[in-house]
Design a protein around this ligand. Structure first.
Ligand SMILES: Nc1nc2c(ncn2[C@@H]2O[C@H](COP(=O)(O)OP(=O)(O)OP(=O)(O)O)[C@@H](O)[C@H]2O)c(=O)[nH]1
Length: 679
């Protein structure tokens, strides 16, 4: 049998490639068609929100979708007035304060009036090949120090001096390593107080040397602290951790279900319930009272729709759960992705009422710009973002007298679909539940009609059945930032889930893509001050010595000696999902990876793969159709912090969206060698 792509687990995207999936419900895989003749794209790609400097999220929500590759405007370009209320920390690549400080010190911003390193390489190539010489350099004011640029300029200068021979990925990496001072090679920056002096000295240097991950060994004190925490956990001191995301079509009953579950678990007092019910009834939204326990934002309460991911912590008999309640509305899928990217398991809530399930499960109409029901998209995205276990909770069966046949019919339709998404049948649990009355949440059903046939798990038992979070402690620190929570004299507090390594107060870190070093001042895990945060923990980390503008959603806090690569393009093996027209080179996309999202485009279709064997079927295909598997090159508009899937699964998965629908999902299989550095 032909070998499969080495970056893949067998259980990953292969299931997408099951032909059954693409032919389901009588949908025919479209016959290959010649791509439409591209019309010239309009010169200015600037959209109103982009021009106003809006964040990537706001642009995603407010701006019309980018034009199709053929130059035509896409349908469904709807503005959302409420999107103005969604705030996202803008990610400045050059911090304002740093720019001001540099100006004060007589250092001026780079004017871009010198040949770039690329120009230098091009010139060398032309020279070597007998081409026209590059333009003479123009005298320029002294540029502000940019370590990445410095590194690249040095490389370009070396190329010019030594010719093109020897310019290879390996040689550049070796040069960087050889150039590293021995003390830096030995530095253990995550060691806290005993390593503080070495780390402080190192922090003053350009922190851009990226050592191979294989060289990583946690500082002995940190390793000892992690071992002690693991031993305490094994001895029953603290329940295993689980990050749980709640997914499902809009109004399926997600927030109501979880609000009531928190009450049943004793986390919400009768007094708070009474007050919230009163407030909800006063605004004519009495049926949303339980949802309001999680939907706290005024706009969420006013619209009865979850906008942001609500994070709540609670304990079941066997798990310490971090709950991420994701929005169901299609306009807020980017927020849902940020929630799913951190999850170990998902609750997929489906509306069991007559017509309710069907509305959430309908496929996208052929040729329509709008996607189908969010049940499909959420399940596909969750699996592609690494969620392997799911419990399907069928709600609202009280509206059809707890009809068992309805429950079974929904299971019969949904199970094959989930299988084709990549969920193993053994990793899928099924149960009915009713949010408003609390049926089958923590206690077995009280309603006789449901109790007559349901003998399976309650929601709490289903949660306890999930395997807990895996901790990637043998890798250097990676903390993708999902939120900037506070900024003040004490420092900047960021929230996120550690995807690798560990942290403690005193640890020296590097924040990418800004490249700013910082020191961990304090930590909170589960809302309580902590002396250690390990991979798998959701933590609030207060960083000292960093500018607020240097960190935002999508930033990654990492080990200074092993920084996350900052990439200006990457290769991904993807499966093409719903595409209204064949996917062509140049396709505009929004790239979603861990907590980051950035606009970009598919810059090359590298190869079409055999969906069964993973072997290259054709190099440089002209277009990609629904269901096809391919290796593509993607170029983000601004560099992104990414990892190869083989190194860190959580930072190596991508979803590509366009015009409000997910068009491809996949894993990162290649990063350019020069992709490590700070912006
Ligand atoms: N009869 C009945 N109504 C329910 C049930 N679960 C939720 N509802 C109602 O369905 C409506 C929507 O519930 P929400 O909890 O806001 O739904 P949601 O999935 O969180 O909505 P979004 O987060 O906006 O996607 C509310 O009026 C709830 O009272 C149920 O099991 N039975």
């Amino acid at each position: 049998m032909a070998p499969k792509n080495k970056y893949y687990d067998d259980d990953d995207l292969d299931d997408y490639e099951d032909d059954d999936y693409w032919d389901e419900e009588g949908e025919e895989e479209p016959a290959p068609q010649p791509p439409p003749k591209p019309k010239p794209a309009p010169k200015s790609a600037a959209t109103p929100a982009a021009a106003a400097g809006a964040s990537a999220l706001a642009r995603t929500l407010v701006d019309p979708p980018p034009r199709r590759p053929d130059g035509r405007q896409q349908k469904g370009a709807k503005k959302l007035p409420q999107a103005a209320a969604i705030k996202q920390q803008p990610q400045r690549l050059v911090p304002e304060a740093a720019t001001a400080a540099a100006a004060a010190a007589g250092v001026h911003a780079y004017a871009f009036d010198q040949p770039s390193p690329d120009d230098a390489v091009l010139a060398a190539q032309q020279k070597k090949g007998g081409g026209a010489p590059a333009a003479a350099p123009v005298a320029a004011p002294k540029p502000a120090y940019n370590p990445l640029q410095h590194q690249r300029q040095a490389a370009a200068a070396a190329v010019l001096a030594g010719g093109m021979q020897g310019l290879s990925v390996g040689s550049q990496q070796q040069q960087r390593q050889q150039a590293q001072p021995p003390d830096q090679q030995q530095r253990q920056a995550d060691g806290g107080p005993s390593a503080a002096a070495a780390s402080a000295a190192a922090a003053a240097k350009p922190p851009l040397q990226r050592r191979p991950l294989s060289e990583y060994a946690p500082h002995p004190e940190l390793a000892a602290a992690c071992a002690a925490a693991a031993a305490a956990e094994a001895a029953g001191d603290g329940k295993p951790r689980l990050h749980l995301v709640v997914l499902g079509h809009v109004d399926a009953g997600k927030s109501t279900l979880m609000g009531r579950t928190l009450y049943e678990l004793g986390l919400i007092s009768d007094k708070v319930v009474h007050k919230t019910q009163h407030e909800a009834a006063a605004t004519g939204k009495g049926s949303f009272a339980w949802a309001w326990m999680l939907d706290e934002r005024p706009e969420e309460r006013a619209r009865g729709v979850t906008v942001d991911v609500a994070v709540t912590r609670f304990e079941t008999p066997a798990r310490n759960v971090t709950l991420l309640d994701a929005p169901g509305h299609r306009d807020f899928v980017p927020n849902m992705i940020a929630g799913a990217a951190q999850a170990d398991a998902a609750l997929l809530i489906v509306d069991g009422s007559t017509g309710g399930f069907e509305a959430g499960f309908e496929p996208a109409a052929p040729g329509s710009a709008a996607g189908g029901g969010q049940t499909r998209e959420h399940a596909q995205l969750a699996r592609s973002l690494g969620v392997e276990q799911v419990a399907v909770v069928v709600t609202k069966l009280d509206t059809c007298d707890f009809d068992q046949q309805r429950f079974e019919a929904i299971k019969a339709q949904l199970e094959p679909f989930l299988k084709t998404c990549g969920f193993r049948p053994s990793a899928i649990q099924w149960l009915p539940a009713v949010g408003p009355t609390g049926e089958n949440l923590v206690k077995p059903p009280a309603d006789a009609a449901l109790a007559a046939w349901w003998k399976g798990p309650t929601l709490a038992q289903a949660i306890d059945n999930f395997a807990p979070t895996q901790r990637l402690l043998e890798r250097p620190l990676r903390l993708p930032v999902s939120d900037v929570l506070r900024a003040g004299k004490a420092g900047v507090t960021v929230g996120g889930k550690l995807e690798g390594g560990a942290l403690r107060p005193g640890s020296k870190v590097l924040v990418m893509p800004s490249g700013q070093p910082a020191t961990v001042k304090s930590l909170e895990v589960d809302g309580k001050p902590a002396s250690l945060a390990r991979a798998g923990d959701s933590a609030d980390v207060t960083l000292a010595g960093i500018d607020t503008s240097a960190v935002g959603a999508g930033s990654v806090v990492c080990h200074p000696d092993f920084p996350v690569p900052l990439v200006s393009k990457f290769e991904a093996r993807v499966v093409v999902l719903e595409v209204p027209i064949p996917l062509l080179r140049g396709q505009q996309v929004t790239i979603h990876a861990h907590t980051a999202r950035e606009s970009g485009h598919v810059s090359a279709l590298l190869s079409l793969l055999n969906s069964k064997t993973g072997e290259v079927q054709r190099a440089k295909p002209r277009c990609l159709l629904k269901g096809q598997s391919a290796v593509v090159e993607v170029t983000p508009a601004r560099p992104l912090c990414l990892e190869e899937y083989s190194a860190y699964k959580a930072l190596g998965r991508v979803a590509l969206r366009d015009g409000g629908r997910t068009i491809a999902v996949g894993i990162i299989t290649g990063l350019p060698a020069e992709g490590s550095g700070a912006a």
